[in-house]
Design a protein around this ligand. Structure first.
Ligand SMILES: [Zn+2]
Length: 248
């Protein structure tokens, strides 16, 4: 796996681009919040990203997750010491506890191998640990409504669709929205760049994902940090409109 790229998009908001998936580090003094965590094989890249920011894993005060897919939670079992709180929405807690599963299977990917990008993508998945079923038995629902009392004070924004408990995170002071896999700006299986939805096979409920764009569109933010693809600098209103148009 290659070295991650870290960009401080606003004070204390560090956007990390791994090989195929992104994560975000919010710093506040000595403490930090990690939002999403890459594939199982990204564990060294996550450590490296903290190092580039000047932090250590033991400074992680809390982990937040957009959704329980293996490319967003994969490194956590190896990264965390067990006492770090991991928070998600209530339905997504059940997902990462392994009570149900909403993820494209290897068979779904094989069925799409004739499409551009999918062969290289499937080989990448095998290397990245994507075939592991990662669960987080200690993950818990958000402890409160509104801004979370963790470094960066992100506000969870429920955006069910991609998974039933998918959550975006708003940082109102920084004007930043983390869109997870509700809205992305690129993906190895996509040939376009810019705000878009992931391919249909990746969504548990694509129609609800499109509806979740309405929620994003109503927010006030002008830096968009997606789960996949580069940062989008422009209003989330515009980004959501573009994604909706391309999805139609
Ligand atoms: Zn996903």
């Amino acid at each position: 796996m290659g070295a991650p790229t870290v960009t401080e998009v606003a004070a204390g908001v560090h956007f990390v681009e791994g090989d195929a998936v992104n994560w975000v580090v919010l710093t506040d003094g000595d403490a930090l919040t990690l939002i999403d965590a890459g594939y199982p094989a990204d564990v060294d890249a996550v450590r490296q990203s903290l190092d580039l920011i000047g932090c250590r894993p033991d400074q992680i005060a809390a982990v937040l997750i957009t959704h329980g897919h293996v490319d967003h939670i994969g490194s956590l079992p190896a990264l965390l010491n067990g006492s770090t709180p991991v928070y998600l929405s209530q339905p997504e807690v059940r997902h990462v506890h392994g009570e149900y599963r909403e993820q494209a299977t290897p068979i779904d990917v094989v069925r799409n191998l004739h499409r551009p990008g999918y062969l290289g993508w499937s080989l990448y998945l095998a290397r990245s640990g994507a075939l592991k079923h990662v669960t987080l038995p200690a993950a818990a629902p958000f402890p409160s409504d509104g801004p979370l009392n963790v470094p960066g004070r992100p506000i969870p924004v429920p955006t069910p669709g991609h998974t039933s408990g998918h959550t975006c995170y708003l940082l109102p002071d920084a004007g930043v929205i983390l869109t997870g896999d509700t809205l992305v700006t690129g993906h190895p299986t996509s040939r376009i760049e810019g705000p878009q939805l992931l391919a249909p096979i990746f969504h548990h409920d694509r129609q609800r994902t499109v509806e979740a764009l309405d929620t994003l569109e109503a927010l006030d933010a002008d830096i968009v940090l997606p789960g996949h693809g580069p940062v989008y600098r422009g209003s989330i209103r515009e980004a959501a409109a573009q994604a909706r148009e391309r999805a139609a």
